[in-house]
Design a protein around this ligand. Sequence first.
Ligand code: SF4
Length: 370
Amino acid sequence: MFSDIIANIPWNETTEKIMSKTESDVLRALSKKRCDVDDLMALISPAAEPYLEVMARLSQKYTLERFGKTMQMFIPMYMTNSCTNSCVYCGFHVANKMKRTVLNLEQIEEEYKAIKKLSPFDNILLLTGENPAVADTEYIARAIELARNYFANIKIEVMPLSTEDYAYLTTKGLNGVICFQETYNKDRYKVYHPRGMKSNYEWRLNGYDRMGMAGVHSIGMGALIGLEDWRTEVTMMAHHLRYLEKTYWKTKYSVNFPRMRPSENGGFQPNVIMSDRELAQVTFAFRIFDHDVDISYSTREPKEIRDNMATLGVTTMSAESHTEPGGYSHPHCAVEQFEVSDARKAVDVAADLRKIGREPVWKDWDDVMN
Ligand code: SF4
């Protein structure tokens, strides 16, 4: 399990190592065909900042080699904003007095139909808060079964499940699972997740192992940028990715660097800021580190950044996202999890991608591949 591995990677020492990287470490990493985590540390360090252009060119080259000029498109759909957790940075946390919505199957189908009218999305990400009393594995299974009538590729972003539950959902048509560790810093994890199921650091961290053991086809990972030192977070994520790739080698992986956005909660201010330049740096560094991993940007990021990075390393994007349950058939009917930055319609995102020479791909999976 990854919890055993990360226990031997001290947080503060890792931060110090990153900050002490030199120009020659950066040049060594840039000259390698296969980078290790130590090289990634050099590429995300301040010493690499003067090499951003070189990194962008390399990242673009590897992305073109592996992914061509395509961009996978997906759409997130929230099934409920009910949650028993108390993540201090999230508008859905249990103490927030707000109307909770749990879509029933009829309303879920209404959402699927509304999404289909927007654009030919075939990749859907189904999300819930974490409240098994109203959204348990069976509820998710029913939503997946129904989604199969409308979508070819179905992923979920829900509470971490058991190996058996992931395996069961795979039999229902599940193709992938996305889960954000939020922070890899065990000592600080409880500060942000004080109560509820999510306060169990190990259960969340080892969820990726359970996905791998269950044979989930694709696993998406990320750390929430804004909690702890971002360079150390992405280094821990790189260790995690390498471990998973080695252990569950049949699985496909994606990474994401979500920067914190204002939520309805309003009270939480990010502890650390990742600038636009630093987001570009970490994106290029990850592509140079891992040529095959999908790099995903959501509508948290503004149009300009998404368009710019679409040719330089990013391979998956969401579009026209609503973060409130029921939001596609009845916009603004419920509280949003966070405000999106890029509010363009999916057709406009697609048109803008074509203008910069990228072909939006709405479908990347078919049942015949099962
Ligand atoms: S981040 Fe997820 S688990 Fe935490 S309060 Fe929000 S919806 Fe619940």
